[in-house]
Structure formats: structure tokens, C-alpha cells
Design a protein around this ligand. Structure first.
Ligand code: AQP
Length: 345
């Protein structure tokens, strides 16, 4: 059982994917597909840590899969599947619930943000979410995890879990034939998308998110041209115009966000965008940004709509991907069972 470089990442089917998911993670996934063995998951088990209407969860799972394919992930090359079809995720997560410490989870800022003021009413799943995420990655002994900046803390926790498992079970791991005592690798976060933290269009201090109640806060990959243009036109700005250098963006989160989005979509540096638009008013800049965003995103939205119109094809991709994922995860989980001391026949 070699530790070969392997990529794992996932997105939650909690709604339509947005520009943050695309620029922060998905473009990097597509890049890594060229050089690595890649496993990309639709993490439906994570989705139910917050209430999901069952019929909407089914269609969101298909829609996220369609977005993966439309964006350029090749289901023949990479493994595309939904998490709940591979039971090893839940099995390994239970083992990790017993490895991770309460103090580690208490530090997770995403739980604090998502649970809000009424923590007592949050699901246990929302609290244990990072342990399941560690299991998602380590069930494949994945070495690289391309994500947006908001997932950094969860990745650090996955590394701590891998390390503690290796330490706690060192003699058993060595007895199982891993002479260096390393069963789980330390998964590396890859946070190098063209915009690793895209912010809300309504509040430049909050990240763009599927679960934001305001649809005006995000650009969904399935938005039509009019909605994209309207959302950009209504995006919050400040009274000053576009500065001509990066220093002029300091303390102006909304301006910084819009310039960052333009740069990422155009494949240019922020400095190049500021050199082009410095001194203009937001109205002119927003018009150019809307044209660029429509140009880049409309073909993607059209392809997502085309693919979701034939659910049987999407379900076949997920069934094939799940079988291939299961073939990797099962022997890993069997080794975990042996190491931990679970009798199996
Ligand atoms: N605003 C963002 N900027 C850059 N990257 C982002 N990602 C999410 N939002 C941004 C990255 O997209 C991947 C998938 O995220 P997810 O679906 O697992 O859930 P999330 O991070 O919690 O994203 P959302 O949109 O905020 O969903 P909800 O509202 O359901 O929680 C990850 O790699 C993430 O970093």
C-alpha cells in the first residue's frame, strides 16, 4: 500500500455553486487533474449537518455533479462521486471521533459561525464535521487537498488527526508492515486558486456563501446574463472610485473584492487591472466586470442546465465514480480496522 500523490476535495450540495466555489477551488481542481490522480466528491453527508429538504438535496447533488463536469472535470479521468455511496467515509469518521479531542473541535471557527448564537440547538454532526472531512481525505490516504482559504483550519485539524492516529497506533502500524510507522499521510492544503477568498457582493467582510439568505450576495454558476449583470450593478461599493495602485484598496473590502474578481476572471494580476481601470468610477468598472463575468460564466451555466436535464447520465457518472472510490477506500478501511483492533471475518 504505497503513499502515492493523490488529490481529494469536495463541495457541499447545499444549493447552487457560486463564483467563490469556482474561483477558490474548482479551477485549481481542473489544473490538478492534469498532473495527479484526483478524487472529487459531492459531500452530501456534510450537507445534512444543516437541515436539507430531501428532494432538494437529490437535485442539488445532481446539479453540483453537473457543475463539476461542465467546468471541465473529466469523469473518465478523475473519480466523481457522492459521499453517501461510499460507506467508508462514515466508518472512518467514527474512528476519528475517537481520535480527535474536544478541545480541537472547540476551536473551529466555522462551527461558531454556522451554529450562531444558539449553539445548544446545533446538530452534533455540525460540530463533528471536521472529523468527517478528515475521514473523506484520509480514507483515500490523499496527500493534496485543493480548497479555498476558509478550509485552512479544517485541513490543519485533519493533519493533527492523521498524526495522532499514527502516534497512538504506532506499534500496530509497524506490525501491519508500515516500517516507518506512517499509515496516514499529512495532507497538504493547496490554496492557490485565482481568488482564494471571494467575498459577498453585499458585504465585503463576509465570504460569498451558498447559505447567505441574500441571493444578491453571490453569483451562482447557473445565473442568467441579466441576473449576473444586475447583481454586479447592485454590488456594494464606497464613494471613491477605482484606485491606480493596490495601496488604494486598503480598508476598502468591497472595492478589493470586485477588483479581485475581475483579475481572477480575466486571468490578470490585480496590478494590471488597477493600471487599466485606475481613476474610473465604479459604474464603468462594474459594466466591464458584468460583461466579463457573463462571457466567462454563461457557457458554464448553459452546460450545467443541459447536463441536469438528463439525470440518468449524471446518476451513472456517480455510480461509476462511487464504485471506483469504494475500491480504493475499502482496503484502507480494512487496514484501519486491523490496526485499531476490530475483529473482522
Ligand atoms: N467565498 C469563497 N471564496 C473562495 N473559496 C470558497 N469556497 C467556498 N466559498 C468560497 C471553497 O469552495 C469549496 C467548497 O465549499 P463547500 O461547498 O464545502 O462549503 P463552504 O466552504 O461552506 O461553502 P459555502 O458556499 O459557504 O457553502 P455553505 O453556505 O453551504 O456553507 C471549498 O474548497 C471552499 O473553500
Amino acid at each position: 500500500m504505497d503513499l502515492t500523490p493523490r488529490v481529494f476535495s469536495g463541495m457541499q450540495p447545499t444549493g447552487s455553486l457560486h463564483l467563490g466555489n469556482y474561483l477558490g477551488a474548482m479551477l485549481q481542481w481542473i489544473e490538478m487533474q492534469k498532473t495527479h490522480e484526483c478524487i472529487y466528491c459531492v459531500v452530501d453527508m456534510h450537507a445534512i449537518t444543516l437541515w436539507q429538504e430531501p428532494s432538494e438535496l437529490v437535485s442539488a447533488t445532481r446539479q453540483v455533479t453537473a457543475a463539476y463536469i461542465a467546468a471541465g472535470l473529466d469523469p473518465k479521468k478523475s473519480i466523481l462521486f457522492n459521499q453517501s455511496q461510499v460507506p467508508e467515509h462514515a466508518e472512518l469518521a467514527w474512528v476519528f471521533n475517537c481520535v480527535a479531542r474536544l478541545g480541537w473541535l472547540n476551536r473551529m471557527t466555522q462551527f461558531k459561525d454556522k451554529a450562531g448564537k444558539d449553539r445548544e440547538a446545533a446538530s452534533v454532526g455540525l460540530y463533528a464535521y471536521p472529523n468527517l472531512m478528515a475521514a473523506d481525505i484520509l480514507a483515500y490516504r490523499a496527500t493534496h487537498v485543493p480548497v479555498g482559504d476558509d478550509q485552512k483550519q479544517h485541513l490543519e485539524l485533519a493533519r493533527d488527526i492523521a498524526q495522532k492516529f499514527n502516534n497512538d497506533f504506532k506499534p500496530q502500524i509497524e506490525a501491519a508492515g508500515f516500517a516507518d510507522g506512517v499509515f496516514f499521510p499529512q495532507p497538504e492544503p493547496v490554496i492557490t486558486g485565482p481568488a482564494t477568498r471571494v467575498m459577498s457582493l453585499r458585504d465585503g467582510t463576509k465570504k460569498m456563501s451558498k447559505s447567505d439568505p441574500s441571493d444578491l450576495s453571490r453569483i451562482n454558476l447557473t445565473d442568467d446574463a441579466d441576473s449576473i449583470a444586475k447583481k454586479i450593478q447592485k454590488a456594494k461599493t464606497d464613494p471613491d472610485g477605482i484606485p491606480s495602485d493596490a495601496g488604494g484598496l486598503a480598508g476598502r473590502p468591497e472595492a478589493e473584492n470586485l477588483v479581485g474578481i475581475y483579475a481572477a476572471l480575466a486571468g490578470k494580476s490585480r496590478d494590471a487591472v488597477l493600471a487599466e481601470f485606475g481613476g474610473s468610477q465604479f459604474s464603468g468598472f462594474k459594466k466591464a466586470l458584468a460583461e466579463l463575468a457573463v462571457d466567462r460564466l454563461q457557457p458554464l451555466g448553459d452546460e450545467i442546465r443541459r447536463l441536469t436535464s438528463s439525470p440518468t447520465e449524471i446518476d451513472a457518472v456517480l455510480a461509476d465514480g462511487s464504485a471506483r472510490a469504494h475500491a480504493i477506500a475499502k482496503p484502507v478501511m480494512n487496514k484501519v480496522k486491523d490496526i485499531v483492533g476490530f475483529l473482522r471475518s
